[in-house]
Design a protein around this ligand. Structure first.
Ligand code: SF4
Ligand code: SF4
Length: 293
């Protein structure tokens, strides 16, 4: 019986899970799924890699091994791919050309722009530095869909906080008028894994979601944290750690829209379940200054 590379990778993942061995994603190459599976290119600018890490921890609607082996074909993601240097950038370039008009471009992190664009380069293309700004303009216009993953990509976030010396801006500010479909914002610091994977899979299965005025999918960002909070209606308390409503100490649950209270991390928890106020990490003005509650 002929064993394909895909079969081998599947077996490796299954064996690692059975033996409770931590899977080192660096050992895998970029293309885990079939070439014919929906292509995804994931680039990262001024961010902390938290949105990639959050996504790798997805447990619902399925686990990341199933996503990468059976649902999508990840053509480029600098965190989990083995290739490096110009080989990696050439893989990015080839994927964008071969799948032009078909792939989803996921953008993580804000984008240093204008005269400051070279504060963030992602590699060398044909011997020249490729800034994140140029990469976004180059590949975003070839993508079928563009997803801004996390608050930095969607709204600037911590990377664009004052004094913003690198002139960081958002995905939508740079290419909002140049994409085939409207940019989809998935704020959150980091993005909730289920929100990320649901959006990716639905893009391929269904197409564009309905977006609100901040370009967020209405089905995932339709409600605020407060309405699903188990502290709603409880007496105010004066300090984090005590059980009760944190409104008096600055909780931003009423102004912040995300699905943390429903789609918890690892299906387990979120800020208010570990006795801390919502600091509004999914809001366009995050981080507020000071970050005090
Ligand atoms: S703790 Fe925050 S989110 Fe929860 S009920 Fe109070 S104000 Fe609303
Ligand atoms: S509860 Fe608020 S601060 Fe915490 S993750 Fe959700 S939106 Fe962000």
């Amino acid at each position: 019986m002929k064993i394909t590379r895909r079969d081998f990778l599947k077996w490796t993942v299954a064996a690692a899970a059975a033996l409770k061995v931590n899977l080192d994603m660096d050992k895998f190459n970029t293309v885990l799924a079939n070439d014919t599976d929906p292509p995804v290119i994931w680039i990262q600018g001024a961010g902390c890699t938290g949105c990639t890490i959050s996504t790798l921890n997805v447990t619902s609607p399925t686990t990341i091994d199933n996503v990468l082996l059976n649902k999508i074909s990840m053509k480029y993601n600098s965190t989990i791919m083995t290739a490096a240097g110009e080989t990696a950038i050439q893989a990015l370039e080839d994927a964008a050309n071969n799948y032009s008009g078909q792939f989803v471009l996921v953008v993580e992190g804000a984008i240093p722009s204008g005269t400051k664009k070279n504060y963030c380069t992602i590699g060398k293309l044909n011997g020249a530095e490729l800034s994140m700004e140029d990469a976004l303009l180059r590949y975003g216009t070839k993508a079928k869909y563009v997803v801004a993953a996390g608050t930095c990509a969607a709204f600037g976030g911590i990377a664009a906080a004052a004094p913003n010396e690198a002139n960081c801006t958002t995905v939508k500010n740079l290419i909002g008028t140049k994409t085939a479909n409207p940019v989809i914002n998935l704020p959150g610091c980091p993005v909730i894994p289920k929100v990320m994977i649901d959006t990716l899979l639905n893009l391929f299965l269904v197409g564009m979601p309905s977006l609100d005025s901040l370009s967020r999918p209405r089905n995932l960002y339709g409600d605020n944290i407060h309405n699903a909070c188990e502290r709603k209606g409880k007496a105010n308390v004066n300090k984090p750690g005590d059980f009760g409503c944190y409104k008096g100490v600055g909780c931003k649950g009423q102004s912040c829209k995300n699905s943390c209270a429903v789609n918890k991390w690892n299906d387990q928890s979120y800020c208010l379940l570990v006795n801390y106020p919502c600091i509004g990490c999914s809001n366009p003005d995050f981080p507020t200054n000071p970050l005090a509650y």
